[in-house]
Design a protein around this ligand. Structure first.
Ligand SMILES: Nc1ncnc2c1ncn2[C@@H]1O[C@H](COP(=O)(O)OP(=O)(O)OP(=O)(O)O)[C@@H](O)[C@H]1O
Length: 493
């Protein structure tokens, strides 16, 4: 553990370790590494400061995996980071181009940044299912401490349709007879289509049938981080840590691995995963994998692993039809006692076509608007509310959200991720957490890490609070809707 290290020391150690690794970096990427300063540490989140937008893009994309893993290794716990551009550089740029920088200067990054292509979020993957809006409590997040399963993601609240029926049936059969017909079961499909839900449903159903089974849900980022920590710096405890790591992953009857596409890139992780896979497989234990693409399209993984993945049954989940979108909306509305006419459900299903998570967000928005304006839900009200709710192709990162929220509330970037508990800072932070849940695919755990190492239950509380406030408080409603619109339009990214 190295939690008492100061920011400079953390960077010095990380930098040294990075240089010792065969990372195959270009000269440009090495130059970007040299430009990084760690300027703050909030719990498990580091604030990195760089001097240009282009460096920031490299640090957020190409170097993300190496940096996250090495920071985690140095700190002895899973770490995440956000990247800001040096406030002094921004101020200097603003003066050079004669653009007055509004106060507070340093953190209004979006106002003075050069336009740049949307940058990828530090990829923080999704280990559990939680609705984007905690008011939509189907399924809620109740992650089990041992299995890591979200107990609320079940087969009985997974609505079937043409696009997912086959995957659901196979998943159900797998839960009933783990380790037999479909091993490994490989579920693939686009974002927000229900892969994580099915993985959890398999684990929950199998345990219902046989409570003595050992089940473990994980995702590739969690697997990698735990491996990095087990390998750690400390040679004397490494052996015991690795025994414990292997017990956790190789001693199970059912291993459920989400977002397996992100396992690529690190030889040690791929090797550990390959060995875990083989051992479980040879013992006849069930392995279920989920990914955004079929096995043959996985990039950066060795052929031997891809051929193992293809040995069992790959099944796809496709985007839902209009009828299925309406059926899912009906179920969610019913679960929340939202009285909503059929024509409005049809309208939402027309507007949001390719992601069930976004579908849920639209329903919440409409219900909040109706409740705030004390109206019943009508087609007209829904049309008004969803005016700007177009499917967006802009990629929104946690950094974007923090930057925009800070600007909206006239606070600093570090206020949002820091530890201040003053009322307006806490409110802004909760809105930022809510937006992170709604507009990115980050899990509660990962949002908590990004916002200064907060617990996932703190994030869940924030999402619930903002969601409830939206129904009662026009200021909160306006803040959320305006920020969503700005972020989706990508203004100032
Ligand atoms: N058929 C369905 N019935 C009910 N709820 C669904 C269905 N499909 C998806 N959902 C809900 O939509 C949300 C997103 O689903 P989930 O997280 O499983 O998607 P995913 O495919 O794993 O996405 P990602 O690849 O982004 O992690 C969850 O709240 C989930 O419960």
């Amino acid at each position: 553990m190295a939690q008492n290290m100061d920011a400079t020391e953390v960077w010095n150690q990380t930098y040294q370790l990075l240089l010792d690794q065969p990372l195959d970096l270009t000269l440009r990427e090495v130059a970007c590494l040299n430009d990084i300063k760690v300027t703050n540490i909030f719990g498990t989140m580091l604030v990195l400061t760089v001097s240009s937008e282009s460096t920031r893009s490299v640090v957020e994309k190409k170097l993300h995996s190496a940096l996250t893993q090495t920071f985690s290794q140095v700190m002895g716990q899973a770490m995440t980071y956000v990247v800001q551009i040096d406030p002094q550089v921004l101020e200097q740029n603003a003066q050079n181009v004669n653009v007055p920088v509004p106060q507070p200067v340093p953190q209004n990054i979006a106002q003075v940044r050069e336009p740049a292509p949307p940058v990828a979020a530090p990829r923080i993957v999704e280990p559990e299912i939680v609705p984007p809006n905690a008011a939509l409590d189907v399924p809620q997040n109740t992650r089990d401490e041992v299995t890591h399963l979200n107990k609320s993601a079940r087969f009985d609240n997974f609505v079937p349709g043409d696009s997912n029926q086959f995957a659901k049936s196979i998943a159900f059969a797998t839960a009933e007879r783990p380790g037999f017909e479909y091993n490994p079961l490989f579920i693939y499909g686009g974002s927000g289509l229900g892969k994580t839900h099915l993985l959890n449903a398999i684990g929950n159903q199998a345990l219902l049938i046989n409570p003595r089974l050992k089940v473990r849900y994980t995702n590739s980022e969690e697997f990698t981080n735990e491996l990095v920590i087990a390998l750690g710096n400390n040679a004397s405890s490494r052996r015991a840590e690795m025994v414990e790591f292997n017990r956790r992953y190789r001693g199970v009857d059912i291993l459920l691995v989400d977002d397996v596409q992100f396992i690529a890139g690190r030889d040690t992780t791929v090797e550990a995963f390959f060995n875990t896979f083989n051992e479980l497989y040879e013992q006849g234990k069930q392995i279920v994998l989920a990914s955004d693409v079929p096995p043959k399209n996985l990039k950066g993984l060795p052929d031997r692993l891809i051929s193992r993945f293809s040995q069992g049954l790959p099944v796809s989940i496709d985007p839902p039809s209009h009828e299925l979108r309406v059926a899912i909306l009906r179920m969610k509305a019913k679960a929340q006692h939202i009285d909503i006419p059929m024509e409005v459900l049809n309208l939402i299903a027309e507007k949001v076509t390719d992601n069930v998570r976004v579908l849920e967000g639209a329903l919440t928005r409409i219900s909040a608007m109706a409740s705030l304006s004390n109206q019943i839900i009508t087609k007209n009200l829904a049309e008004q509310t969803l005016k700007d709710f177009a499917n967006s192709t802009v990629e929104i990162t946690p950094t974007n959200i923090i930057t925009f929220v800070a600007k909206y509330y006239k606070l600093t970037f570090e206020d949002i991720v820091g530890s201040s508990r003053t009322k307006n800072v806490a409110q802004a932070r909760q809105v930022a957490m809510y937006l992170s849940r709604e507009l990115t695919s980050m899990s509660l755990v990962d949002i908590g890490s990004t916002f200064g190492g907060r617990d996932h239950s703190t994030v869940m509380h924030a999402c619930r609070k903002i969601s409830a406030e939206m129904q009662e408080n026009p200021e909160t409603y306006t803040a959320v809707t305006e920020l969503t619109t700005q972020l989706k339009q990508g203004n100032g990214f």
